[in-house]
Design a protein around this ligand. Sequence first.
Ligand code: NAD
Ligand code: LMR
Length: 330
Amino acid sequence: MVKAVVAGASGGIGQPLSLLLKLSPYVDELALYDVVGSPGVAADLSHISTKAVVKGYLPADEGLKSALTGADIVVIPAGIPRKPGMTRDDLFNINAGIVRDLITGIAQFAPKAFVLIISNPVNSTVPIAAEVLKKHGVFDPAKLFGVTTLDVVRTETFVASVLGKPDPSVFKVPVIGGHSGDTIVPLLSLGTPSFTIPDEATRDALVKRIQFGGDEVVQAKEGKGSATLSMAHAGFRFAESILKAVSGETGIVENTFVYLPGIPGGEEVKKITGLDFFSVPVTLGASGAVSIDNILPKVSEYEKTLLSVAYTGLGANITKGVDFIVSPTK
Ligand code: NAD
Ligand code: LMR
């Protein structure tokens, strides 16, 4: 029996993500938590004739505790999205506290659950989550993930578009680093099946489009938020990969932002990057992240220059998240 929780379930991502989870054969119970509207979303989804039993929870009457108790997987898209002109880091002041409080609930009521963080800035909210879980003595690095799957999904789509290929899903391209602007590093040279981008200008434009794909959506939505539907798809893809691995499927690899020192193979990546958190290809198993594939020695010279820029930005984002919990007065 698998219980999944969506925290932030009434939002632009939360609603379609909850719909996809309600349709999944891997979910038996679906708890929808939000500060507003979750009973309505739950009532609506509960009429769909799939097996998952859906219930909505609000903060009143210990709603967070009830939603989280018995959870196997918690997906967190709670928090404010960007408007045009904002960076993801501009969301820190509001979203850091939201993530801290939800993770505190997880530490108390669902300490063994897989935790998938979508709330931005992911480069900082995942370190916040790790520090809160450490503080409560329940941090399992194999179970904490920053969801960077949308960068992978965009890369598949934009690569197919540049190459004029009809089916983006055939392309597998590692996207590593973090989840904001130039901390997002697509490794086109390691894509499979292997492909050649016609010239340097096209390659540079493709990489920029992947790194700033989020801005494209923010601008197109004209102040009404950021990516929601593509993010629900990406978040569900990642959540379902976890659930498949839990059910015994092997050979599942996802790129995700994790705490390197806590996962086999991570120390090697840390040695090169100098960072504790990084998005890397991670093999998933029944207990979560089983191993990290250190692909850094295989990257091209061009990708090395992208990575060196990413390391600097990421380092600052990670420190900001850690300090929010460890040295709150800084
Ligand atoms: P939204 O405003 O539509 O929805 C957010 C929801 O969170 C709302 O329903 C709100 O009521 C709820 N919420 C606020 N505080 C809460 C709390 N303490 N507990 C539970 N729920 C709470 O926003 P959205 O478009 O769904 O985006 C949500 C977050 O996801 C944003 O931070 C956005 O930047 C981020 N995001 C991340 C990615 C990614 O690739 N990781 C992609 C897209 C968006
Ligand atoms: C994205 O990549 O679409 C999200 O991180 C949302 C955003 O702010 O761009």
